[in-house]
Write a protein that binds this ligand. Structure first.
Ligand code: KG4
Ligand code: ZN
Length: 339
């Protein structure tokens, strides 16, 4: 595909429960981004209810596109392309974004690129300011994934390991629910953990070797702890101590595995992306780890750690530069190395 004219890509992200639209320049400058969450819709279900997520995306998507385009005076000539998440994610949610992008592309005569959401997270540290340094060791920790990868260069990805059960973000969310916090639970656990003492001994599964993760045993141990001592979930002090113990275990798992991987795959930077990269404690641990190895820590700004369309638009520029367009087939199960 020849490089189309235009200095911006319009990004569209609807893979889960956030409807997001953004305009991003090739160097990662974000001109506009609007992200609408659906927490109030899903709260009663204790998790994302797929059917309601699709319906909410359908209502939100075109008005969000209109508001974001308004920022550039509706000047469509500035659009080089439209980049939309085609997977992984909830199929109904993905289809709303893909369908909207396809229709806009047809109406405005713009190329539409189907982007892998995970490649979007990967590029998130380069939004606003370019931060990625290669070769890089990357941990992607989100609500749907926990993956460890080595990136020798910008377009090369070797998957080293992933979770065998729950993702780290999912585990944060489930522990938050056990302690009575509303969605999204991760930020509440992150905040409370800073106030508590890690006085409960929780397991650190898969800590001894390899690059795989497992979080379900840790989650079940927290559930058993609260079953045995229900009063813990009834006071701020108790909740803070449970959160601190849980977060300590998660951070140790992340740090030990990253440390081992850095020894096996010498890198110029350690990169942590995905929603859990918004955790203040995880960020501090990664900075310290990078310092000990004498390398750079590449973290997305807080706004760009959780799901957003700006990272999808920036990844879209990579697809354009490399002449890759995998088409618009929505695929709920795309893997990290897929396009
Ligand atoms: O990347 P993301 O927005 O969505 C997926 O692609 O899954 O990640 C969402 C996850 C949720 O599990 C959420 O609780 C977690 O990221 N999260 C956090 C924080 N902010 C969001 N976890 C820990 N600390 C935070 N501050
Ligand atoms: Zn995500």
């Amino acid at each position: 595909m020849p490089m189309p004219e235009g200095d911006l890509i319009l990004g569209i992200e609807t893979s889960c429960d956030d409807t997001s639209v953004a305009l991003v320049a090739r160097d990662g400058t974000v001109i506009a981004c609007e992200t609408l969450t659906q927490f109030t819709i899903h709260e009663a279900f204790g998790g994302v209810f797929p059917d309601l997520a699709s319906r909410a995306h359908l209502t939100a998507i075109l008005p969000a596109v209109a508001r974001v385009m308004h920022v550039i005076g509706d000047d469509r000539a500035r659009l080089a392309a439209i980049a939309v998440t085609r997977g992984p994610g909830l199929i109904g949610s993905l289809l709303v974004g893909v369908n909207a992008a396809q229709a806009l592309g047809l109406a405005w005569d713009k190329p539409v690129i189907g982007v892998n959401h995970l490649r979007g997270h990967l590029r998130s540290p380069d939004l606003d300011t370019q931060r990625l340094v290669f070769p890089a060791l990357m941990l992607l920790a989100s609500g749907g994934h926990t993956l460890l990868a080595h990136l020798p260069g910008p377009a090369q990805i070797t998957l080293l390991g992933q979770t065998r059960d729950d993702s780290m973000g999912e585990c944060y969310d489930k522990v938050a629910r056990m302690l009575g916090y509303p969605m999204p639970g991760g930020p509440a656990i992150d905040r409370m953990a800073r106030l508590g003492q890690p006085r409960f001994d929780l397991p650190r599964p898969m800590l001894k070797e390899g690059f795989a993760f497992s979080f379900s045993g840790l989650k079940s141990s927290v559930a058993r702890l609260i079953e045995r001592q229900p009063a813990l979930a009834e006071t701020d002090a108790g909740r803070a101590d449970v959160a601190a113990s849980f977060v300590q275990a998660c951070l140790e798992i992340a740090e030990t595995t990253l440390d081992r991987a850095l020894r096996a795959h010498p890198s110029a930077s350690v990169v942590v992306v995905g929603g859990v990269a918004a955790s203040a404690q995880l960020r501090a641990r990664v900075q310290a780890l990078a310092g000990r190895h004498g390398i750079t820590a590449c973290l997305p700004p807080l706004t760009w750690a959780t799901d957003n369309a700006a990272m999808i638009a920036l990844a879209g520029w990579d697809y354009l530069a490399q002449g890759i367009n995998p088409g618009l087939r929505a695929d709920p199960a795309l893997g990290l190395t897929d396009w």
